[in-house]
Write a protein that binds this ligand. Structure first.
Ligand SMILES: *Cc1c(COP(=O)(O)O)cnc(C)c1O
Length: 360
C-alpha cells in the first residue's frame, strides 16, 4: 500500500486513524456482527453512534443547547435553497455577500424565493479578496445576512465576521468549519457540506439557533425543513448513516489533536509554510490579497499555464496529488484541510522550491 498526500479540495483527505478504525470495524462493529452500513437507523446500536457524533461536534465547536444540530443530505447546494425556504418570510428580504462562486450560487438560488439584495461583491476583481463591507448598506430589517466564511475555489477567508446586529448571520462554512475557533453564538445558522473538513461526502451539517425554527414556508420540502428535522432528530427519513459514523471517527481524531483550538495552530503553521515560499518567489504568483488569504485553500500560478500543468504532473510523480486549480480559475490549488499532515505540506513547500529552481 502506498498512501499519497492528497491536496484535493473535496472530497478530500481524511485522517488515517479514522480510515484504519473504519477498516477494522467494517465487518463487525463492536460485536454487533454487522457493518455500520448494514444497521437500521432506528436501532439502539446506531442511535448510540449518532448521539456520540452529535455530542462530539457540540464539544468541539462549543455549541450550546440553544442551537439545534442537524445531520442532513443534499450538500451545501441543497442548503442554498433550504435557507430561504426556512428563513425568508413572505414579502421578506435577505442580504448576501458575493465573495466567490459558491456565494454567488447561493444568492442566485435564493432569488427564486424572494427579495435578495447583494450588499457587496468582489466578482469584478475575480474574487481575489472579500469585498469591503459598508454597514450602511446592510438592511436592518433583513430576515438574514448571508456570508461564505471561506471561499474554496479562490482561496479567500473572512479575517473577521461582519457585525449584523439583530439580523441573523447565516454562514456557509463548508471549507473551514472545525479548522479554526469560531464563536458559534455569532451565528444564526452555520452549515457545511462534510466532504472538505468533516468527513465523507453525503452528509451536510446544519447548526441552527432554535429561535429561528418555526419560520419555514409551507412549500418547504419536509427533508429540507429544519423545524421538522429538529423534531425528528434528523431522522424524518433515513439519514446518511455511514457518513455520520465516519464523521464521528474524524471528530475523535480531531479531539485527540487538541480539538479545534489545537488544530488551528497547526493550520496556521501549515498555510504559512506555503505562503512563505510564495512570498519569497518571483516565479510563483499568489493572486489573493494577503489580508484575505485562506488557511485551507492556497491558490497560486507559475509563469504560464504550460508550467502549471507541468507542476501538477511532476508533483504527482512525487506523491503530491490533486493540485490542479479549479476549472474556473486554472493554476494550482493546494487544499490543506485538518487531515493534511504538516509533513505533506513541508514536502510540497520543498517541491515548490525545487520546481522553481529547475524551471525559472
Ligand atoms: C464545496 C462547497 C460547496 C458545494 O458543496 P456541495 O456539498 O457539493 O453542494 C458550497 N460552498 C462551499 C464554500 C464549498 O466549498
Amino acid at each position: 500500500m502506498n498512501r499519497v498526500y492528497n491536496f484535493a479540495a473535496g472530497p478530500s483527505a481524511m485522517p488515517e486513524a479514522a480510515l484504519r478504525q473504519a477498516a477494522q470495524e467494517m465487518l463487525d462493529f463492536n460485536g454487533s456482527g454487522m457493518s455500520v452500513m448494514e444497521m437500521s437507523h432506528r436501532s439502539k446500536a446506531y442511535q448510540d453512534i449518532f448521539d456520540e457524533t452529535e455530542a462530539l461536534l457540540r464539544e468541539l465547536m462549543h455549541i450550546p443547547d440553544t442551537y439545534s444540530v442537524l445531520f442532513l443530505q443534499g450538500g451545501a447546494t441543497g442548503q442554498f435553497a433550504a435557507i430561504p425556504m426556512n428563513l425568508l418570510r413572505e414579502g421578506g428580504s435577505a442580504d448576501y455577500v458575493d465573495s466567490g462562486n459558491f456565494a454567488h450560487g447561493a444568492m442566485v438560488e435564493a432569488k427564486k424565493y424572494g427579495d435578495i439584495r447583494c450588499v457587496a461583491s468582489s466578482k469584478d476583481e475575480n474574487y481575489i479578496r472579500i469585498p469591503a463591507l459598508d454597514k450602511a448598506a446592510f438592511n436592518p430589517e433583513a430576515d438574514y445576512f448571508y456570508i461564505t466564511t471561506n471561499n474554496t475555489i479562490f482561496g479567500t477567508r473572512y479575517p473577521e465576521l461582519p457585525e449584523t446586529g439583530d439580523v441573523p448571520l447565516v454562514a456557509d462554512m463548508s471549507s473551514n468549519i472545525l479548522s479554526e475557533v469560531f464563536d458559534i453564538n455569532r451565528f444564526g445558522v452555520a452549515y457545511a457540506g462534510a466532504q472538505k473538513n468533516v468527513g465523507p461526502a453525503g452528509l451536510t451539517l446544519v447548526i441552527v439557533r432554535r429561535d429561528l425554527l418555526g419560520r419555514a414556508r409551507s412549500i418547504c420540502p419536509k427533508v429540507m425543513n429544519w423545524t421538522v428535522m429538529t423534531e425528528k432528530g434528523s431522522m424524518l427519513n433515513t439519514p446518511p448513516t455511514y457518513a455520520i459514523y465516519m464523521a464521528g471517527l474524524c471528530m475523535k481524531w480531531l479531539k485527540a489533536q487538541g480539538g479545534v483550538e489545537g488544530i488551528e495552530q497547526v493550520n496556521l503553521e501549515k498555510s504559512k509554510l506555503l505562503y512563505d515560499v510564495l512570498d519569497a518567489s518571483d516565479f510563483y504568483r499568489a493572486p489573493v490579497v494577503p489580508a484575505y488569504r485562506s488557511r485551507m485553500n492556497v491558490t497560486f500560478t507559475t509563469p504560464s499555464p504550460e508550467l502549471d500543468a507541468a507542476f501538477v504532473k511532476a508533483a504527482a510523480g512525487e506523491g503530491l496529488v490533486s493540485l490542479k486549480g479549479h476549472r474556473l480559475v486554472g493554476g494550482i490549488r493546494a487544499s490543506i484541510y485538518n487531515a493534511m499532515p504538516i509533513e505533506g505540506v513541508r514536502k510540497l513547500a520543498e517541491f515548490m522550491k525545487k520546481f522553481e529552481m529547475e524551471n525559472r
